[in-house]
Design a binder for this molecule. Structure first.
Ligand code: ACO
Length: 376
């Protein structure tokens, strides 16, 4: 057998491609979208501005931003055929399964957008606009809420909240979600974005790439962690039980969700910002229970394992305070990350090279072939 390079398990530290979209400085705890620090974007911009930035590589002018708002409003309506299919899906299904299936099905009704290799910002805008509608169509039926309307006057954050909780969010609530959407919009070659780029690198279409990404985001080691964090808080119940619960988990070699990261060696800057929003929203609503439990959890996990929080630690507490059911936390992540996924897919089309790594073969060779009649 020829000598092969060492295996990088999980492709850790492998530099797979060049990208202009997102930079993570894992040692300094910095995150940059197209040159702009995430802290500036979270403090001053909107999800719409960030989506534009990811797709076009520059911040929009006031007119361009207005245009994007209008496009999102126009592109929110689901094809009737898809709405009917979502209405036939099992109400007990996880919304991430609904989302994956619905994104895939959407392609059937939008032939123009799905031409293989179509390098289309229109397709990216359509997918970003429509994901909240898919979630709203499903969630409203299972919760017996009134049918969804496109509400073109609402920002993506306010529309997503309206779609999921069926009420006018306050300014603070929609800003809290807007910031969460900004912070989740991209993260370099995370697993779901990589999955999207692998799919796109075969010259497959945007909808197939996003379908791959949704399926990848679903896992608890990736986007699914935010839902599990809230389950952990239930298990802990009160601050003085935190140490006992965490230690018992660590003895069993269980992972503590919302902690650790492949790239960050210090605190994830998104966690720093979301922690502040969890406190701010908790104070406004007179409910700091989750915030206080999370603070206690952070202290114990750092003391026991030296691990820092990641983006998933505080997001769930914010979504809970907004009244969003837990199984919609990861779908909210998807409704933001779709901007990044599509930006990466479009970049992949511009600089296309089939992504196809190799494996180190550790199986047998030269086995003598035994005819089926002689196998024992
Ligand atoms: N809880 C307990 N131990 C942990 C955790 C954790 N959350 N994270 C890492 N470790 C430990 C591992 O057990 C391992 O210890 P060992 O060397 O004694 O076996 C060591 O730290 C290194 O862990 P790896 O799994 O090799 O690190 P990797 O870079 O692959 O892990 C990951 C990154 C998957 C995110 C991990 O930290 C984890 O499982 N976290 C919990 C799930 C989570 O919060 N995911 C969301 C990540 S952010 C996102 O995707 C949006």
């Amino acid at each position: 057998m020829p000598e092969m390079a060492e295996v990088q398990r999980g492709l850790q530290d492998v530099v797979a491609l060049e990208s202009r979209i997102c930079f993570i400085d894992g040692r300094q705890g910095r995150l940059i979208y197209q040159g702009y620090d995430i802290r500036d974007l979270a403090a001053r911009s909107t999800f719409e501005e960030v989506a534009y930035l990811l797709w076009y590589g520059r911040l929009p002018t006031a007119t361009q931003l207005e245009d994007l708002h209008r496009r999102f409003g126009e592109l929110r309506t689901l094809p009737d055929e898809l709405g009917q299919r979502i209405d036939q899906m099992p109400v007990g299904a996880h919304p991430m399964d609904i989302l994956r299936t619905a994104v895939s099905a959407l392609a059937l009704f939008e032939p123009e957008e799905t031409k293989p290799g179509a390098s289309s910002i229109g397709g990216a805008q359509r997918l970003t606009a429509v994901l909240p509608s898919i979630l709203g169509q499903f969630h409203r039926r299972r919760s017996r809420l009134p049918p969804l309307k496109p509400r073109p006057e609402l920002s993506q954050a306010a529309y997503l909240l309206y779609a999921l909780v069926d009420r006018e969010p306050t300014e603070l609530e929609s800003r809290a979600l807007d910031v969460a959407l900004i912070l989740h919009a991209d993260h370099e070659l995370n697993a779901s974005t990589f999955a999207a780029r692998v799919t796109a690198s075969t010259l497959s279409d945007l909808y197939s790439a996003v379908t791959s990404a949704v399926g990848t985001l679903k896992g608890p080691l990736h986007g699914g962690a935010n839902e599990r964090v809230m389950e952990l808080l239930d298990e802990i119940g009160q601050v003085d039980r935190t140490e006992e619960v965490v230690k018992a988990k660590l003895v069993r070699h269980e992972r503590i969700m919302g902690f650790g990261h492949r790239v960050y060696k210090v605190e994830d800057p998104r966690a720093t910002i979301l922690r502040e929003w969890s406190r701010k929203l908790g104070e406004a609503k007179g409910d700091l229970r989750s915030y206080e439990l999370l603070r206690a959890l952070e202290a114990v996990v750092h003391q026991e394992k030296g691990l820092y929080p990641n983006v998933d630690l505080y997001s769930g507490s914010i979504y809970s305070l907004l009244g969003v059911p837990r199984d919609l936390f990861t779908p909210i992540f998807a409704a933001s990350r779709v901007a990044g996924w599509t930006a990466h897919v479009l970049e992949e089309y511009q600089d296309l090279r089939l992504i196809r790594p190799t494996a180190k073969y550790v199986g047998a060779v030269d086995l003598p072939y035994v005819p089926v009649s002689q196998r024992g």
